[in-house]
Design a protein around this ligand. Sequence first.
Ligand SMILES: Nc1ncnc2c1ncn2[C@@H]1O[C@H](COP(=O)(O)OP(=O)(O)O)[C@@H](O)[C@H]1O
Ligand SMILES: [Mg+2]
Length: 371
Amino acid sequence: MGMQAKKGADSLSRRSLPLRYGVAVASVALATGLKLLLDPLLLQQSPFLLLAGAVMVAAWFGGLGPGLVATALGALSADYFYLAPVGSFTGPVGAGFWLQVLFVLQGVLITALAQALHLARQRAEKSTLAVKRHQEELAGRERELHDLVGRLIVAQEEERRRVAYEVHDGFTQMAAAAYRRLALFAEHRLPEAAQDRKELEDAIALVQRTVGEARRIIANLRPTTLDDFGLATAVRMQVEELRSEDFDASYEETLGKERLPATLETSLFRVIQEALANVRKHAQTARVHVALGRYDGLVRLEVRDWGHGFDAAEVRRGGGPGERVGVSSMRERIALLGGSLEIRSEPGTGTSVVAEVPLPVTTGEEGIGGK
Ligand SMILES: Nc1ncnc2c1ncn2[C@@H]1O[C@H](COP(=O)(O)OP(=O)(O)O)[C@@H](O)[C@H]1O
Ligand SMILES: [Mg+2]
């Protein structure tokens, strides 16, 4: 049957009952007529061969009922038109009767086979449908998850901004005020005793470091450099911070003058930040290279270290809740931008994190982390 099965119904049940039985009757009539027509040519040829063909057509096209009807009609037609005396029904006598019985058995067998095939096909069609529905469901869930991750990232970015402002406006201001007071005090009323002076100077240094630390925390939570001067500068500051920690850190930047969309800047910055945090935490090397460039319609970043590397497959397996989310969050951020992230690492040779993100044609400002 050349027809393609459509959704929701198999080929058999889509055909109407009259059509199925009509085809059964018509194919028997055709076989009978054909035999009558060909008789002068095919002398003595049994009529049952053509009639068996008619039963096949009927059973295949119409299923169980039409197959049986064609079998019964075929038997009657053979009796009437071919078995002596021709032109009347003979009934259960003579050799012709046994031929008829044989034909009926054959017809039932053919019909049963065709029916079994139909049922098997029905089952196959049903399971194909079920698989399709499953796939659609899965795709839907994946979309939802993707969506959720996007919103989580936005929420996280907002929360960081909020905490950064809070630390800046409350904690840092107070610590800075404390530092100024202590410094003034030291200027005007420096203690006589050397021991006391040292105590005071230590306290002042400590408060000063507290202020510095708070500023560092704020900068990491929401780097104002990123908002004010853009990605290239914000990353440069990260690299400089690494250098101040005695890293041999190189930086290659070919982003050009034009700012990237805020969404992109935030995400790329966070990816670089996490990659560098991993170098600090895990790589056990002092050599790191950061590259950031704009090419034909895309931005490419690379963070490479010459540390001891790791086995990506092993890492994927381990980690409790809240642990080892760095790599997956990098992946999610880049995926949300429609880009690709590749982490190449081999124990002993170091690690490279490479991300490529397509540049949007219009510089849309809304979305993840954008302000
Ligand atoms: N640059 C790197 N050098 C060596 N190992 C790394 C590096 N980056 C990541 N890893 C390995 O991959 C793991 C997963 O990293 P990540 O998802 O960021 O989680 P976390 O940093 O919290 O452990 C790390 O625990 C570490 O074993
Ligand atoms: Mg990490």
